[in-house]
Design a binder for this molecule. Structure first.
Ligand SMILES: [Zn+2]
Ligand SMILES: [Zn+2]
Length: 365
């Protein structure tokens, strides 16, 4: 899931801000949906390029990405309109004509979506876990209640556009409407910005949240905590928080859906004679009966000892693959016993060996 943002932009890791911007510009021009209407993969690429630039152009996020290869606890809103929209407009002011936009842009914007990566153990994924996470995010400024206006002050109607948010210019027969340059299309001016949030209506904050991880969750799944992202600016709604669950590698088990797999080393006599062995299960040990005549790589299952199913009752299985380990050195007693075994086996080859001998005979005529 964490992409290499440098690769996305096609720049080296040490790229300067100017190089980043240049690469971003070229790619964004290439994939901009206005230029490729209806091209779904172009749109995906466009989002990807935007995301990469959003992260790498922010020194804090870039440093985090360089160190950890992830966007970290505060991602620049994967897919929110606010972040990308404004970023895009900043850079491309002059490249694209505004298109059909509503004439008056609201000052209120939705808060960014945030992503938090939560690492848990396989045992926790099996049992489910409730945990606390610390989220740095922007919240509504409590000095101004999110309006961005100094207490006692208020928004004034823009005198340039008289509150319409747009200005119209007439060229001959043609009337062109443009967002008002003074109020950026909001129709209102904030002449007394709140001192604490500098008029943005939001302030930095850390929030301790409780997250409940359901039993059976899989690596890479995301939980959405609605409204727990950053607060909106100027009275806009908050974004969402996505908790990305990563499950740490387990010492013994590899997971496949609800089944757990374990490679179990065994010796030839154990396979041939059969044996009961003590084996690990997710929360302790259990007994596994290896029947006589078991074959290498055969998989034996303990029903219901795997992971719980996420959305249904029951559990998967714990599966043990029999890995035959042949001794690399023999002591004299072992050698003697094996020679005796081999001498006793000559007349009784197994079905695989017999079938192979048959095929060889045919081949040689
Ligand atoms: Zn404020
Ligand atoms: Zn105006």
């Amino acid at each position: 899931m964490p992409r290499d943002y440098y690769e996305v932009l096609g720049v080296p890791r040490g790229a300067t801000d100017a190089e980043l911007k240049k690469a971003y510009r070229q790619l964004a021009m290439q994939y901009h949906p206005d230029r490729n209407p209806g091209a779904k993969d172009g749109e995906e690429r466009f989002k990807e390029v935007n995301e990469a630039y959003t992260v790498l152009s922010d020194p804090e996020k870039r440093a985090h990405f360089d160190r950890f290869g992830t966007v970290g606890p505060v991602a620049g809103g994967g897919g929110t309109d606010t972040g990308f929209g404004t970023l895009f407009e900043d850079i491309f002011e002059n490249f694209f004509s505004g298109g059909a936009r509503s004439s008056r842009r609201s000052r209120a914007t939705r808060g960014e979506d945030l992503q938090y990566e939560l690492k848990i153990a396989l045992e926790e994924a099996a049992a489910g876990v409730e945990t606390k996470i610390q989220i740095p995010r922007l919240e509504q400024c409590d000095a101004c209640g999110g309006t961005g206006v100094e207490p006692g002050g208020r928004l004034e109607t823009c005198d340039f556009c008289r509150g319409r948010g747009e200005v119209r210019r007439t060229h001959g027969f043609l009337t062109v409407a443009q967002p008002c340059p003074r109020c950026q299309g909001a129709g209102q001016l904030n002449r007394h910005p709140c001192a604490r949030c500098r008029g943005e209506g939001r302030q930095r904050s850390e929030r301790l949240l409780s997250v409940k991880i359901p039993a059976g969750i899989e690596d890479g799944m995301q939980l959405r905590l609605s409204g727990e992202g950053s607060g909106g600016a100027n009275g806009g709604p908050p974004g969402d928080l996505y908790v990305l669950v990563r499950i740490r590698e387990h010492e013994i088990f590899v997971r496949d859906g609800a089944d757990l797999y374990c490679d179990l080393p065994v010796a030839f006599p154990q396979l041939a004679l059969g044996v009961e062995v003590e084996i690990p299960v997710l929360n302790g040990t259990a007994k596994l009966r290896i029947p006589p005549g078991s074959q290498p790589n055969q998989i034996l299952r303990l029903k219901g000892k795997g992971m719980p199913h996420l959305r249904q009752r029951g559990h998967g299985d714990a599966c043990y693959r029999l890995i035959l380990e042949v001794p690399q050195k023999l002591n004299p007693k072992q050698r003697e016993a094996l020679l005796a075994f081999e001498a006793a086996s000559k007349a009784e080859r197994g079905p695989l060996a017999l079938a192979f001998l048959e095929r060889m005979k045919k081949l040689l005529g």
